[in-house]
Design a protein around this ligand. Structure first.
Ligand SMILES: C[S@@+](CC[C@H](N)C(=O)[O-])C[C@H]1O[C@@H](n2cnc3c(N)ncnc32)[C@H](O)[C@@H]1O
Length: 196
């Protein structure tokens, strides 16, 4: 049942360093697109002041549940089904939303759903954190991300590396203000917004 993602192994420490910095207060973190469940275990173990709620589409929940059962962490909640396209999210209010390597997988309508949902469920002052590759209007995309974008689109034409400016506009439309944008290893970014 347990799926293993090599990229999670590579990026979990650099992501954790950012999460430590921005999630200093106790509270609930809603993770969207938790994937294998490795990140949820790693972050919940390292950040015991947070209650970590992993979610994904239903077919991915068994792997997350298996990682969770093995870890036995009191602050790691049972995974819940959350499809970005569902009208009702299983979590109604949270201090933070985390979405790693998912914005370039789902369609643009899925990205719109993510920001609308985060704007709805985040408490005032709450944070939406995303991680992944992004384009920027003022500079060419890195060759590694150009290749990745081509690979994504060949696999599914609705996927693709998103333009930061488009995503940031969407954030603004949902009451989220840019709070940080940091370069990460392998031409990825950590970007986070705060609800006003
Ligand atoms: C590339 S994986 C990233 C998984 C994990 N966050 C990681 O970094 O390894 C993209 C994730 O998006 C999830 N996903 C795809 N469509 C979704 C949707 N409509 N709603 C919620 N999650 C979705 C997939 O199931 C998958 O877990």
């Amino acid at each position: 049942m347990k799926q293993f993602s090599p990229s999670c192994e590579r990026n979990q420490e650099p992501i954790l360093a950012v999460l430590r910095e921005i999630f200093t207060a106790p509270g609930l973190v809603l993770e969207i697109g938790s994937g294998s469940g490795q990140h949820a275990v790693h972050f919940a173990r390292a950040l015991p002041h947070l209650a970590w709620q992993p979610t994904d589409i239903a077919e991915n929940l068994p792997s997350i549940a298996a990682w969770r059962a093995e870890a036995g962490l009191p602050n790691l909640r049972e995974p819940l089904a959350l499809d970005l396209f569902a009208d009702d999210w299983p979590v109604k209010q949270t201090r933070a939303v985390v979405c790693i390597n998912t914005i370039h997988i789902v369609s643009w309508q899925g990205v719109e759903r993510l920001f609308a949902g985060a704007g709805r469920v985040l408490a005032p002052g709450g944070i939406l954190y995303v991680y992944g590759p992004y384009r920027y209007a003022d500079r060419p995309l890195e060759p590694s991300n150009e290749d990745f974008d081509r690979w994504l689109k060949a696999r599914d034409p609705v996927s693709g590396v998103r333009l930061f400016e488009d995503v940031n506009r969407l954030a603004g439309q949902n009451g989220l203000l840019l709070a940080g944008d940091r370069a990460m290893p392998a031409n990825n970014r950590s970007i986070w917004w705060q609800k006003g």
